[in-house]
Design a protein around this ligand. Structure first.
Ligand SMILES: NC(=O)c1ccc[n+]([C@@H]2O[C@H](COP(=O)([O-])OP(=O)(O)OC[C@H]3O[C@@H](n4cnc5c(N)ncnc54)[C@H](O)[C@@H]3O)[C@@H](O)[C@H]2O)c1
Length: 306
């Protein structure tokens, strides 16, 4: 008995990296899996049939899988995912929006095509794949459904050379908060993963810093560390968890802070602030924020005891 028997999952970008591990893990827990992947290069160019290879890998060990090689960046591609799930497995319960590309450049060198390509796969891709699934949930009355979206510290904290990617990944966090509200009454949870894993997306960055990527590094920091967290969020035990950002990497699982007003001052009668008043109040806000950040950092880490 798997924990996801009778569920059908669609995993985008599941031909390699984090998505492949998620597809294998969901299938091992009994889910039927649509393995989507365009099969292109890290910058989004080209294509290939790696989705079918992963689907075959799942079927070879007795699992249920079907391949889909459409792009998540088009409305038609997004709709085809739901259709593949219905055609092969009769429905859909889980959507993992994992597909991604990179076109890292500082803002000085970032051409419109670099901006558009990254926003299209990540931010628009989340829209293209989620909308048909959301409509299907509402129209079919399917319950216990899940959407797991993929953000990044690049968007949540900021990272040099990734204005396109960071904007998309921060946008995905905002998109997910809205979807969590809109789909709550249909019993669909919407959560976000902020992963850290050695994949073809991150290994070159590491090598550029002169660091090796050995088998031991892959064991301690590979994509296999992300998949169980995604799978758990798909289980019945996670039914009450929505609108959260879970950070996971190398044996670490954590929960992110979300935007919140942590201190404010109010002028009587909705008065308008003067610049001189702000000279005094703005530093107090910044001080509160710094103390809040320091407290969150100090109190955040604990070693699991089993
Ligand atoms: N690896 C990390 O440390 C890290 C950190 C933060 C966020 N992420 C995010 O995690 C997700 C997975 O990344 P990864 O590291 O496994 O990268 P990866 O390059 O190994 O895998 C991404 C997969 O998405 C596929 N893909 C790209 N464009 C597509 C499209 N238009 N349609 C369908 N498939 C497409 C690629 O072919 C590839 O197989 C991405 O969203 C990435 O931004 C990864």
């Amino acid at each position: 008995m798997g924990r996801l028997d009778d569920k059908t999952a669609v995993v985008t970008g599941a031909g390699r990296g984090i998505g492949r591990e998620i597809a294998l893990t969901l299938a091992a827990e009994g889910a039927s899996v649509v393995v989507n992947d365009l099969g292109g290069a890290t910058d989004g160019t080209g294509g290939g049939t790696i989705a079918e290879e992963v689907a075959q890998e799942i079927r070879a060990v007795g699992g249920k899988a079907a391949a889909n090689t459409e792009s998540v960046a088009t409305v038609e591609g997004g709709a085809s995912l739901l259709q593949t799930a219905i055609d092969n497995f009769g429905g859909m319960d889980i959507l993992v929006n994992n597909a991604g590309i990179l076109r890292d450049k500082s803002i000085f060198n970032m051409e419109e095509s670099d901006w558009d390509a990254v926003i299209a796969v990540h931010l628009k891709g989340h829209y293209c794949c989620s909308r048909p699934f959301a409509k299907y949930i509402r129209e079919s009355g399917r319950r216990g459904t899940r959407i797991i979206n993929f953000s990044s510290v690049s968007g949540l904290f900021g990272n040099f050379g990734q204005a396109n990617y960071g904007a998309a990944k921060a946008g995905i966090a905002g998109f997910s908060r809205v979807l969590a509200i809109e789909l709550a009454k249909y019993g669909c949870t919407v959560n976000v993963i902020s992963p850290g894993a050695l994949t073809r997306m991150t290994i070159p960055l590491r090598e550029a810093r002169g660091e090796d990527t050995s088998d031991a590094d892959m064991a301690s920091g590979g994509p296999q560390h992300i998949a169980p967290v995604v799978a758990w969020l798909c289980t019945e035990e996670a039914a009450g968890i929505s609108s959260q950002i879970i950070h996971c990497a190398s044996g670490l699982v954590g929960i992110m802070q979300q935007p919140a007003i942590i201190k404010s001052f109010e002028k009587p009668d909705n008065g308008v602030w003067t610049l001189d008043e702000l000279d005094s109040y703005m530093p107090q806000l910044i001080e509160t924020k710094q103390a809040n950040d320091a407290a969150a950092k100090a109190g955040g880490a604990a070693v699991a005891t089993g």
